[in-house]
Write a new protein. Structure first.
Length: 317
């Protein structure tokens, strides 16, 4: 893997908490099966760029070297919020291409309002154009409107992001047998698996329906590492209806987990991950003696509930 460019942008001046803390979580639902639960607190890395947002954005921003950044997201995209915050903190221009041109004529929701307050220019496009966002003609039209920019894909997941997330795996070497993460676009899982030791494995819990994520992770690993890297698998049973969909059962579980462990549980990703791991422990999926590290990729205030008509393209991890 190529070495990272020098930190001319000043990312180190933001003082990220790295490595992020790894905390034991005493929980009888795991202990009764001989399983140890650990919480990898990536949500504590930085107040404005928490979790996998830091790990995925940092290498992309170093590559941009202060040039304007154009990226994509839905109306409640954590990725847009983090990119806008990075632009404010580091002094570069940001453009967010937002799915849904009808939103241009409505008051901004709290997530987009935060992006705008951080200086991001919001460019609303219709849903068909958004689906074709990787088309060279669509990209050319966007760059013609906004000038030369560093283009970062939806969710920040590209080869650089996957390479950045290998450090997450390295931080967990020797600490757990299984490292588990909730997945939206697959970049975190692709890098996490690559960074783990050979005897460890990564588990991804998709928060979207569709069954497409396996191919996405494999493609990202080919782009980032030249081929498969590390052992990983997906369990696609715990999306609770799709991106931004939750149920009373999931909220009750998250409330209970907060009471048990004093951890604020973000509902759209982290709650689904923790629910999945609890269910898997109960099913006997982890042999006795297994240590499982759950990667806490965000905080509740970083992912407000999204309307029920949210589409998979709103994913941000």
């Amino acid at each position: 893997m190529p070495s990272s460019p020098p930190d001319a942008l000043g990312l180190s001046g933001l003082r990220p908490v790295l490595p992020s803390p790894l905390q034991p979580a005493e929980d009888e639902r795991f202990a009764r099966h001989g399983v140890t639960l650990l919480l990898k607190r990536d949500d504590l890395i930085h107040p404005d760029l928490p979790g996998n947002k830091w790990r995925k954005l940092a290498p992309n921003l170093r590559a941009a070297a202060g040039r304007p950044v154009l990226t994509f997201g839905g109306a409640y995209s954590n990725h847009l919020r983090a990119t806008a915050a990075a632009g404010r903190l580091l002094g570069f221009r940001t453009i967010g291409v937002v799915r849904g041109d009808e939103l241009a004529h409505r008051p901004l929701n709290p997530s987009l309002a935060r992006c705008a307050a951080d200086g991001m220019h919001l460019h609303f496009v219709d849903r068909r154009t958004y689906r074709d966002k990787a088309d060279p003609q669509v990209l050319a039209a966007l760059l013609s409107a906004h000038g030369e920019c560093e283009v970062i894909p939806e969710g920040g997941s590209n080869a650089l992001a996957a390479q950045g997330c290998t450090e997450l795996g390295r931080e967990l070497r020797g600490a757990a047998d299984v490292a588990a993460v909730a997945c939206g676009t697959g970049g975190t899982l692709a890098g996490l698996a690559a960074g783990l030791a050979p005897e460890q494995r990564a588990l991804g819990v998709p928060v979207l329906r569709g069954g497409f994520l396996g191919d996405a992770v494999a493609n990202l690993q080919r782009e980032a590492f030249g081929g498969p890297a590390g052992a990983w698998s997906l369990d696609e049973r715990f999306h609770f209806g799709g991106y931004a969909r939750t149920t009373p059962e999931l909220h009750a579980f998250a409330d209970d987990f907060e009471d048990r462990h004093g951890l604020p549980v973000e509902r759209l990703y982290v709650a689904k991950l923790l629910y999945a791991l609890t269910a898997l422990a109960g099913e006997g999926a982890f042999p006795p003696g297994t240590a499982v590290a759950a990667v806490v990729t965000g905080r509740p205030d970083a992912a407000p509930d999204t309307p029920a008509d949210a589409q998979p393209s709103d994913s941000s991890r």
